[in-house]
Design a protein around this ligand. Structure first.
Ligand code: ATP
Length: 355
């Protein structure tokens, strides 16, 4: 097992596209590290560079103590799982698993032991004698994961491995992957554009945007204090409300009159935006204490809660998370109140977190 260090990675494709501008990552031995970002932000290119499937233009990659810049994929001792299963269609599960080990020339008893171990971990026992066309999508993906496991690599690299599964299976597989990684303790780098997946899986998450890392942190850190306006708008479902504010009389006040507790260390003389999570706001009866006038634009039912979209102070898209028991009709005049602690605050011009 091994940690992975990526230093000043830059990748420009032959057609001139810069996919990775500058990426530094320090991934711990045994860590489940997630790279998260929108389509085209450079996650896959970074992962493929770690795997050796893509040569970086500049920058260094170390796996354990080894500088692997010049090593072909097969010599990097990593296993990669893609969103497409890529099983051999003519081989039964047990032979799909054994294939990479036989290719390495391992003795037969060792091959059998390792296949049995991987089958146990991924619960493939009843499927060992089936060919891929008799496996469901989820089963095929479990076989693909097991095939990565049998090699006992120093690290797993996963590129959106659950994308092609339906929602329920995806949730199950997520749990399996997390459990498996914990049990094996093997370093894993996991690429996704799905923030729920990132939040539920990662020990730490790197948020990428336009070929750069915007933030690295635990799921809680990334949720509580997004490092930039980009991260604030990307993390959370629905994401934070971004509300223009001014500092006046030691208070943080929005144009529509909403008063927020200012966080310590607020800079002066800058244009500021407060990031307020939908759960830190409350829709009230009009005129309720501490509320400002607002109007319900729409309500989105999300199972056990409602997201109210309200128009307040000229901003028509303020989102508020409320329990199902609180009901207001569309167009109803309501109050809007802040219930949380101090919000996070961003500089409008630099787009960075300032307090
Ligand atoms: P996605 O989630 O859509 O896979 P990503 O974050 O993984 O996106 P990359 O696949 O790394 O992003 O691509 C980053 C940028 O590089 C994109 O603009 C993409 O179009 C471009 N790109 C990727 N591969 C190549 C290539 N072989 N040649 C030229 N440009 C490429």
């Amino acid at each position: 097992m091994a940690g992975i260090e990526v230093t000043a990675l830059h990748k420009r494709y032959p057609d001139g596209t810069v996919a990775v501008e500058h990426v530094d990552l320090s991934i711990g031995d045994g860590e489940l590290f997630v790279m998260l970002g929108p389509s085209g932000c450079g996650k896959t290119t970074t992962l493929r560079a770690i795997a050796g499937l893509e040569r970086q233009t500049t920058g260094d990659i170390r796996i354990g103590d080894t500088l692997v810049n010049d090593l072909p994929p097969a010599e990097r001792d990593i296993a990669m799982v893609f969103q497409f299963y890529a099983l051999y269609p003519h081989l039964r599960t047990r032979d799909n698993l054994a294939f990479p080990l036989r290719a390495e020339g391992l003795p037969k008893p060792e091959v059998e032991d390792r296949v049995a171990e991987a089958a146990r971990l991924m619960r493939l026992g009843p499927l060992l004698d089936r060919r891929p066309n008799r496996l469901s999508g989820g089963e095929q993906q479990r076989v693909a994961l097991a095939r990565a496991l049998v090699r006992r690599p120093r690290a797993f690299l996963m590129d959106e491995p659950l994308t092609n599964l339906d929602a329920e299976l995806r949730a199950d597989m997520r749990t399996e992957i997390k459990h498996l990684q914990g049990e094996l303790g093997t370093t894993m780098v996991y690429v996704t554009h799905d923030q729920v997946e990132a939040m539920s899986l990662g020990h730490r998450i790197a948020i990428l945007n336009k070929g750069r890392v915007e933030q690295i942190g635990t799921p809680l850190e990334v949720y509580d204090r997004p490092a930039s306006l980009f991260c604030a708008a990307f993390i959370g479902s629905p994401p934070m409300n971004l509300i223009e504010v001014e500092v006046a009389d030691g208070k943080l006040r929005s144009k529509g009159g909403l008063v927020l507790t200012p966080p310590p260390g607020l800079p002066r003389d800058r244009s500021l935006v407060a990031g307020v999570r939908p759960e830190a706001l409350e829709v009230t009866e009009p005129g309720a204490e501490g509320s400002v006038p607002a109007r319900v634009v729409s309500a989105e039912w999300l199972g056990d809660e409602i997201i109210y979209v309200v128009d307040y102070g000229g901003q028509r898209d303020v989102r508020v998370r409320m329990p199902l028991t609180v009901r207001f009709a569309t167009d109803a005049p309501v109050g809007l109140r802040h219930t949380g602690g101090p919000p996070v605050v961003y500089d409008v011009n630099t787009e960075e977190l300032v307090a």
